[in-house]
Design a protein around this ligand. Sequence first.
Ligand code: COA
Length: 375
Amino acid sequence: MNYIPAITGTGVFTPKEIITNAELVVAFNAYVDLYNAEHAAEIAAGTLDAKAYSSEDFIVKASGIEQRFVMDKTGILDPKVMHPLFRQRSDDEPSLMAEMALEACHAALAQAGRQASDVGAVICAASNLERAYPAVAIEIQQFLGVQGFAFDMNVACSSATFGIQAAADMIRSGSIKSALVVNPEICSAHLEWRDRDCHFIFGDVATATLIERAEDAKGPYFEITSTRCATEFSNNIRNNNGFLRRSRPDGVADRRDMQFMQNGRKVFKEVLPMVAEHIAGHMADSGVSASDLKRLWLHQANKSMNDFIGRKVLGRDPAPGEQPNILQDYANTSSAGSIIAFSKNSADMVDGDVGLICSFGAGYSVGSVLVQRHG
Ligand code: COA
C-alpha cells in the first residue's frame, strides 16, 4: 500500500528578544576597543593584528539581514561576554531546545486540527543539538504526549528538508501515519559573536511541520509530491566541537573552531551551482517546469544567494512574493529558514498551486520538497 504524504500544519516559535544590526555593531565595536586596548603591546610590536570595526552598511549589503531574534540578548551584547547566557537547568526540567520546540509543535497541530495523541513520530532535525543523548526528540515526544517513536537527526541547514523526506517516506510506506518534524535552532549559542566576518549571520527560532496521510487531512493541505536530497563533503562550513575535546592537548579551551566556522566566499561560489542544478534536476524528473511553479521557499542565508537561485530556477527575476525572504527579520536560522518562509507565505495558495521548499548548507547538503496545494 502506498500512501500520499501531506503537510497539514506548520508552526513557528519566535523568541521575544530582537537584536538590530545597530545594536549588534555597537556591542561588537565596544568589544573591539576592549580587545585592542588589552592587546595594545602585541599590536604595537606587530605580533598581533588589531581587530577592525563591523558596520551596519556592510551587513545589509553583504547579507540582506536587518535584525535577528535570540533567546538571550544581554550576554551577546555585553562586550565582556559576547555569547548568550542561559540559566543552567536541572535534568528534570525541559531542555531549552524542547521548550522552543513545543510552542512550534502546538501551533502546527492547531493548524491541522490535531491533538498530539494523533501523531505517530517526532523527528527533531536541527544543526545544533544541545546534548548527545537522550535524543531531544524523545523529550519533545514525552512533553507533547506523542505515542510511537522519536529520533534526532542533523544535516545542518538542510535538516528540515531531509527530515521531511524521512517522514514522507515512512508515511508512504505505511510504517507511520503521521509525524512532526521539528527544528529548534539555538544558533546564537554556536555563533562566534567576536568574529566580524560572521557575527551578524544567525538568529534563534523553532519551526515544526506536521506531515500526515493526505486522506487523513482535516482541512486544506500541501501534498508532498516528491522530495530529493543530496550531499557532497566540504570543510568550508565546519564546527569541531564535540566529546573528543577533552582528549586534545589544549583540552576544553575556548578555541575558535569550537564555534561556527565558514569560508563564506567559497560557500557562496560552490553551493549556488550545486543548488541550482539540484532544483533543476528535481523539477525536470518530476515533470514540473518553471511556469508551473507558483512559489519558492528557499533556505534563508543570504539575499543575493536567493535572488540568484530564484533567477536560475525561474529563468527570470522572481516577481514580488514569488520567492519570499524572511532573512531580513530572522537572519539565518539554519534548518528552520525555509520552513519559516513556507509557514508565513503559503496561506494564500489555491487548489492546484505548486511550490518548492529548498534548504542547503553545511555538508555540503541540499534538500528540496515539491508540494501541491489541495483545498
Ligand atoms: N563589517 C565590515 N566589513 C566587513 C565585515 C563586517 N562585519 N565582515 C567582513 N568585512 C570585510 C572583509 O574584511 C572584506 O574586506 P577586504 O575586501 O578588505 O578583505 C570585505 O568586507 C568583504 O568580506 P567577505 O567576507 O568577502 O564578504 P562577502 O561579500 O563574501 O559576504 C558573507 C560575507 C558571509 C555574507 C557571504 O560570503 C555569504 O553569505 N556566504 C554564504 C554564507 C552561507 O550561505 N553560509 C551558510 C551558513 S549555514
